[in-house]
Design a protein around this ligand. Structure first.
Ligand SMILES: Cc1cc2nc3c(=O)[nH]c(=O)nc-3n(C[C@H](O)[C@H](O)[C@H](O)COP(=O)(O)OP(=O)(O)OC[C@H]3O[C@@H](n4cnc5c(N)ncnc54)[C@H](O)[C@@H]3O)c2cc1C
Length: 425
């Protein structure tokens, strides 16, 4: 219930930063409005499993209203924020404006292509739910087309899947794709020679999973190669066309599928909203997470550029969650007349799964690999997923996959602008 005399806090984005900020302010002395263009929260760490036909899209999303109905002072608004009138303290939507005393912006990121020519036009991003369904459709369509293609050269191009970027998302997606091809698709397409399938991971640096200990990189590399993924390190992409990838050394790799997992940057809107943005679109913030020119505006999550001990914090959910809660606590400090406190990230560890029984985990300074890391990964992701129904559904899909080596969701779904379906499979 919104009351007239309480401070108004508007939170934009119901992702990890915005949602955790809202929960923190739940039932506190403020009127909170949270706005998102979708009425659901997406659990990004499992997005690649939707792309690899392992989970349904509904398994990784949850209605925002259901998450927040226990907070009397919180109202959800479905809408797209188009601008911010920081002078008059108003958030501008298509058909109305919302006043605020404090604003928390957590609108996430978009793929960052590092100036690679043709990447925005021809690569498939893996950033939001629609992207994952698009990637899944695209890959399944390539198999449908290859199954009836007589020309071996064209077939090879159809069956070459390039993943650009060897970070956690790229590594996880490559492993899941290799498993999809090896068992379920091998059964679905008996006429295809699966030796023709080429899953290629291109990483510009000399290592996978940069930032993790060398031992974890070595394990991931070895395991992916064992699964048949062709991992090429020190392979920088110069250009992506509709026919494939051109490397910096001029080598051309024909392919109809290039999935971009090489990096994300801030969304472009804040540049027009008069925030100090960096080359990658992230917004510079004060150590308290406040905007330098507006102490009543906080920026959190992927959108915020925050440095700790001389290094920028990663664009990961754990950072976004802690920043969201911290920004909310600082808003409350300001409401109570106290000074906002500088943010400090407590690193809970990082992990990536490379396939069945195989994962890498770094937790409190310890490194784990193999089955134990895989169990840790499964348990933590299941625990973090919002909603009992989603947990159960994901658990059932994983168990089915594990026991029967099968994926339940090999469907080519129509999307409003499904280029692959328009072209025909
Ligand atoms: C494929 C993939 C895998 C990942 N895996 C992991 C992982 O394993 N572990 C990990 O820690 N992190 C992982 N991450 C990173 C993590 O998901 C992000 O760091 C985190 O989601 C950032 O939180 P956020 O609140 O900044 O943005 P988001 O969670 O992206 O939320 C932004 C929200 O803002 C909304 N929005 C955007 N613009 C507007 C607008 N103009 N008006 C209204 N609403 C708007 C969006 O709809 C969205 O709900 C992964 C990311 C991806 C893409």
């Amino acid at each position: 219930m919104v009351m007239q005399d309480r401070p108004k806090v508007v939170i934009v984005g119901a992702g990890f930063g915005g949602l955790w900020a809202t929960r923190w302010l739940g039932n506190k002395p403020a009127d909170v409005r949270i706005i998102d263009r979708n009425n659901y929260h997406s659990f990004m760490p499992l997005l690649y499993q939707v792309a690899a036909a392992e989970l349904e899209p509904e398994d990784i999303i949850y209605p925002v209203r259901s998450i927040l109905h226990k907070y009397q002072n919180v109202e959800f608004i479905l809408g797209e924020v188009r601008g911010i009138d920081s002078l008059n303290r108003k958030v501008l939507l298509r058909d109305r404006s919302l006043p605020y005393d404090y604003l928390i912006l957590s609108i996430g990121s978009k793929p960052h292509y590092f100036g690679v020519k043709g990447a925005a036009e021809h690569a498939l991003p893996l950033r939001i739910l629609d992207d994952a369904v698009q990637v899944r459709n695209h890959i399944l369509c390539r198999f449908e087309s290859a199954a009836v293609e007589q020309d071996p050269k064209i077939r090879q191009q159809m069956l070459t899947f390039i993943i650009v970027g060897g970070g956690p998302t790229g590594v996880e997606f490559a492993g899941a794709l290799a498993e999809l091809v090896r068992r379920p698709l091998a059964r679905d397409y008996p006429s295809l020679d699966l030796n023709e399938v080429h899953i290629l991971m291109l990483e510009a640096s000399a290592r996978l999973l940069t930032g993790l200990p060398a031992m974890l990189h070595d394990y991931a590399l070895k395991h992916l190669r064992k699964m048949g993924v062709d991992v090429q390190l020190n392979s920088a992409v110069a250009e992506i066309t509709s026919r494939g990838v051109i490397l910096k050394d001029g080598h051309m790799i024909p392919s109809e599928t290039v999935v971009w997992t090489a990096g994300v940057g801030g969304v472009s809107l804040p540049q027009n909203w008069d925030f100090p943005t960096r080359a990658n679109g992230q917004v510079n913030v004060l150590p308290t997470l406040q905007s330098p020119n507006h102490p009543e505006i906080y920026i959190t999550g992927d959108l915020a550029h925050v440095e700790q001990d001389g290094k920028p914090l990663l664009q990961v959910a754990t950072v976004a969650i802690q920043e969201g809660e911290w920004a909310a606590a600082n808003v409350l400090n300001q409401i109570l007349g106290k000074a906002p406190r500088p943010f400090r990230f407590r690193d809970p560890g990082i992990m990536a799964v490379t396939g069945r029984n195989a994962a890498v985990v770094q937790l409190k300074g310890y490194a784990f690999t193999g089955f134990i890391a895989w169990i840790m990964w499964l348990s933590i992701h299941l625990y973090r997923l919002i909603g009992f129904r989603n947990r159960l559904s994901v658990l059932v899909s994983w168990a089915w996959d594990y026991i029967f080596f099968d994926r339940v969701v090999r469907l080519i779904l129509p999307l409003p602008e499904n280029e692959a379906l328009e072209k025909g499979c």
